[in-house]
Design a protein around this ligand. Structure first.
Ligand code: MEV
Length: 327
């Protein structure tokens, strides 16, 4: 058996705009997905997910990748989860020279699905690595990141950036602008996350922004402004200026609201965190439902979020330097 793990992430700045070539800065956080891969004697694939913030499921299939687990969660989330794993198996088999050996895969994840914390990227990165190694290949983290991006792009109908997958593979804070992906380091940033218990559909949210951008010039301008803000954010990160990082996070949230990807629950949590003294707060990831990230040391911020009716869970998270790893 081979086991690989990869972290989730939050976006300090730049989600959505990064899809159009603007820079973004995601940071890996200490919530991880873990994938165990074991070869089988036949050519079938059996996939068990013990926790994707779903109830857990097992499916077994051969060529028919339309097989679906019988569980009570939105079909689009399950389709996406199965799509990422199928894509990962395909990429890993290719890395291993086109093997068609059957596989037993078990996925465990601390990262809520569809909540803006990069669960799909972490599962895809860990799955590619675990399967490729189980089949005898030894890909480096950059190769896995690129293969994982191909999977995300396919599942998201060609509309994905390299940000989530590169960040998960490399760990730390990273900067992604088109194909230019770099690790920035390991800044000491204290985060509090608020989770509304829901999930956004990344594909749909990305498509919504594209439509807005095609309809209104100023939506395209808004995307460019997010890019300018990210450049400033990088300077603030370099200077260790937490106040400025917080102000820019607030600004970034406002621009995401303008692009139509926030929601009442995300906005309520953002305001609760700010009112409790966070230096800044914004939604993270695709939006719709899911998580907000606040820059805050204060336990007051977590408590305020816990008392916000729409918040199902509040928790502290810190940046992790550890990207893709084998166990
Ligand atoms: C989703 O986690 C982040 C988006 O920018 C999409 C992407 O970068 O692929 C919304």
């Amino acid at each position: 058996m081979t086991t690989s793990t990869a972290p989730g992430k939050i976006y300090l700045f730049g989600e959505h705009a990064v899809v159009y070539g603007e820079p973004a800065v995601p940071c890996a956080i200490d919530l991880r997905a873990r994938v165990h891969a074991t070869q089988r004697d036949d050519d079938r694939v059996r996939l068990s997910a013990s926790d994707l913030s779903l109830d857990g499921f097992t499916i077994e299939y051969d060529g028919d990748q339309n097989a679906r687990p019988d569980i009570d969660v939105p079909e689009n989330l399950v389709s996406a989860a199965v799509g990422y794993v199928n894509g990962a198996i395909h990429q890993a088999r290719d890395l291993a020279g086109g093997s068609d050996t059957g596989l037993e895969l078990t996925i465990e994840s601390d990262i809520p699905l569809g909540a803006g914390l990069g669960s799909s990227a972490a599962v895809t990165v860990a799955a590619i690595d675990a399967v490729a190694r189980e089949l005898g290949a030894t890909p480096d983290a950059e190769t896995v990141a690129e293969r994982a991006f191909q999977v995300e792009a396919a599942v998201q109908d060609g509309e994905a950036s390299r940000a989530d997958t590169f960040c998960s593979a490399m760990g730390g804070a990273v900067r992604v602008e088109g194909t230019d992906c770099r690790r920035l380091g390991e800044p000491d940033l204290p985060f509090v996350l608020g989770y509304d218990g829901g999930a956004g559909d990344t594909g749909q949210l990305v498509a919504g922004v594209r439509q807005l951008r095609e309809t209104y010039d100023f939506a395209d301008t808004t995307i460019g402004v997010i890019g300018d803000l990210v450049e400033r954010g990088e300077r603030a990160l370099d200077d260790g200026d937490l106040d400025e990082i917080g102000r820019l996070m607030n600004f970034n949230h406002g621009l995401l609201v303008a692009l139509g990807v926030s929601s009442r629950t995300l906005d309520d949590m953002v305001w609760a965190a700010r009112d409790a003294g966070a230096l800044g707060a914004k939604l993270t990831g695709a939006g719709g439902r899911g998580c907000i990230v606040a820059l805050a040391e204060a336990a007051d911020v977590a408590t305020a979020l816990e008392h916000t009716p729409v918040c199902e869970r509040a928790f502290e998270a810190s940046l992790t330097p550890d990207g893709l790893q084998q166990e």
